[in-house]
Design a protein around this ligand. Structure first.
Ligand SMILES: Cc1cc2nc3c(=O)[nH]c(=O)nc-3n(C[C@H](O)[C@H](O)[C@H](O)COP(=O)(O)O)c2cc1C
Length: 343
């Protein structure tokens, strides 16, 4: 049997285990998968600039967001129906996140109940993902259940006024039907007004929307294009991150997801101003291969890779990862053109 050394190894193994419809659902993307591919390849266009001869004997990956402490700056994005990947479903993923002390965002399209997930991982930090429906009572009921079950934040997904994601059905909350194409920022204001939980908006891809979100009082932003599953041909998330970071000016924390499969990707996103980096499909590959232990293996693998990248780049803490440690490949082209022109 092949060794499982990288997220891509887990992906390949999961592809050989999953029934084809489940594999297609998880790996699939909108349109011609341009954004899906861009999410991945855009990381490869960014180069790391290491600092040598820094004493990196002691390293710390811990990070804090909205007053919550985590063992590394990585979290699990909401993905629907984990029981497609493994019989233990969301319970396994939640337990793995609890053990690794990282945040887990439970999708509103769960294949287990919110309360069962809370019971399975009582000490884990869990956030509840939400879609807004025409009937606000549906969304409000989910918020109340999440509050009751001890969830620590609400993640409102805003990038699918119409649903391109091929949701099959939800075991617990049968909401697969009507997405609310009439949702606006006023609904986000309403959401902020009905709960004391922090509100995190997921699906911001422009500085204009980021500024709007900050203005109405959201607590954090997730730069996300839904893993390329909604509007094909939008930019990669890592491409738009610098613009959003510059506009937000540290007023709220910024999380990014999309295309992250390596420790170096996490390093690059942090260097470009993200406070945390989330992963969607990667934990599902681990879950498919080995249930809870498989999700933990994915998280440990990324933790090792990030730690190793930090050591080799001369960073002892997450805060020491700064933007002068990355450069886009286009910059090298420009520099060499200028230098060449001077000769
Ligand atoms: C199978 C699958 C189901 C998803 N379901 C949801 C969902 O229910 N709610 C949501 O906000 N995002 C959902 N997403 C998007 C993820 O939260 C995340 O933005 C995306 O997977 C990140 O990209 P990555 O898979 O390349 O890491 C889903 C993604 C996948 C792959």
């Amino acid at each position: 049997m092949d060794l499982l050394d990288t997220v891509e190894d887990y992906h390949s193994r999961a592809a050989s285990i999953l029934p084809s419809n489940a594999y297609e659902y998880i790996s699939g993307a909108a349109g011609r998968s341009q954004t899906l591919q861009l999410n991945r390849t855009s990381y490869d266009r960014i180069r790391i600039r290491p600092r040598e001869l820094v004493n990196v004997e002691r390293r710390q990956l811990s990070s804090t967001l909205l007053g919550m402490n985590f063992d590394m700056p990585v979290g699990i994005s909401p993905t629907a129906l984990h029981r497609l990947a493994h019989a233990d479903g969301e319970l396994a993923t939640a337990r793995a996140a609890e053990k690794m002390r990282i945040p887990y965002v439970l999708s509103m399209f769960v294949s287990t109940s919110i309360e069962q997930v809370a019971q399975a991982a009582p000490a884990g930090i869990k956030w509840m993902q939400l879609y807004l429906y025409k009937d606000r009572r549906i969304s409000e009921a989910v918020v109340r259940r999440a509050e009751q079950a001890g969830f620590k934040a609400v993640v409102l997904t805003i990038d699918n006024p119409v649903n391109e994601d091929k949701i099959i059905e939800s075991g617990d909350l049968n909401f697969a039907a009507d997405f609310n194409a009439s949702t606006t920022w006023t609904d986000v204001e309403w959401l902020i007004s009905i709960t004391t939980l922090p509100i995190i908006v997921k699906g911001v891809m422009t500085k204009e929307d980021a500024l709007r979100a900050v203005k109405i009082g959201v607590n954090a932003i997730i730069v996300s294009n839904h893993g390329g599953r909604q509007l094909d041909s939008v930019s990669a998330t890592i491409e738009v991150l610098p613009d959003i970071v510059a506009a937000v000016q540290g007023k709220v924390p910024i999380i990014i997801d999309g295309g992250v499969t390596k420790g170096t990707d996490i390093f690059k996103a942090l260097a470009m101003g993200a406070n945390m980096v989330f992963i969607g499909r990667a934990p599902l590959w681990g879950l498919t291969v080995n249930g809870q232990a498989g999700v933990e293996e994915i998280l440990r693998l990324l933790q090792r890779e990030l730690d190793n990248t930090m050591a080799l780049a001369g960073c002892r803490t997450v805060e020491e990862i700064t933007k002068d440690q990355v450069l886009h490949e286009a910059q090298y082209c420009l520099t060499s053109l200028v230098t060449f022109g001077q000769k």
